[in-house]
Design a protein around this ligand. Sequence first.
Ligand code: HPA
Ligand code: ZN
Length: 348
Amino acid sequence: MTPHDFQISPERLPELLCAMPKAELHMHIEGSLEPELIFALAQRNGVTLPYASVEDLRQAYAFTNLQSFLDIYYAGASVLLKEQDFYDMAWAYLERAAADNVVRTEMFFDPQTHTARGVDVKVVIDGLHRACVDAEARLGVSAALILCFLRHLSEEEAFETLEQALPYRDKFIGVGLDSSEVGHPPEKFAKVFARCRELGLHLVAHAGEEGPPAYVWSALDVLKVERVDHGVQSAKDPALMARLAKDRIPLTVCPLSNLKLCVFPDLKAHNLKTLLDAGLVATVNSDDPAYFGGYMNENFLQTFAATGLTAQHAWQLAANSFEGSFIDDAAKARYMGRLNETFARFAA
Ligand code: HPA
Ligand code: ZN
């Protein structure tokens, strides 16, 4: 069954966007820390924050670019110390994901943000992984972890982080690259990604969020990533667009993040439709939902309302999210069956 078989009235599109099963492929678990939980954990752990109240902290969420966000994001993560803190953070996100009909999520985490404060990587991974196991059993959400290297730090530090994490290799499925993009091109991490590839880890990297198409090319050709996180700047380079379409490289697009970090002046100007109509495997994701004004369904609802995407695009985005995920083909086929059932129900 293809989506062309369905006639869905535009009035029912918002309800369909919420109801359809989907995978989230780009979210930073530290970016799901809501101000209320930041303050609760600060109190529990005796950490002093440079903000007087939840309202005061929320007021600071007026970003002008990626770096202005990262400064506050790393400050927020400073309240995380114990295994239970990491569990509580991940559990709060997983409950929200389940409510948005996210059936599969591949969550980024930043070990260096925590090891720099003296927290053992075991504490980080154990807490997050325990929440992933519980999500499957109690929420029916399949959840996995992707370890990100901070690109403003050195490749040597990335290697040290990999060494520290390898005893827990069975608890994460891949590695990524995040933090300040411009001035830190993918090729800075060529050796550590080559090592991770030998280890059989999945490979992804942020590229083309604020950085140029050249960074997307080197993520593909030097790091050999399987997905590109963001990648929206690719639209500036027709040869790159052709490459991404030909090789079916998923782009994990984050519309509300792009809006809040001023990558596009407004959602109407977002290029998601251009990427989809060019045949790219584009997906919708929340990035740092506590900071950017919404979780998965809010990203879908606001983007569709602003850009005039259709039910056909909705089906394509959900299908792309399963195609781009690191689950096996049998699981992909099961999720596609559920997606088509949902569309059939709305067409009736
Ligand atoms: N880009 C880069 N690094 C990040 C992001 C992002 O959107 N979110 C958290 N770390
Ligand atoms: Zn991101």
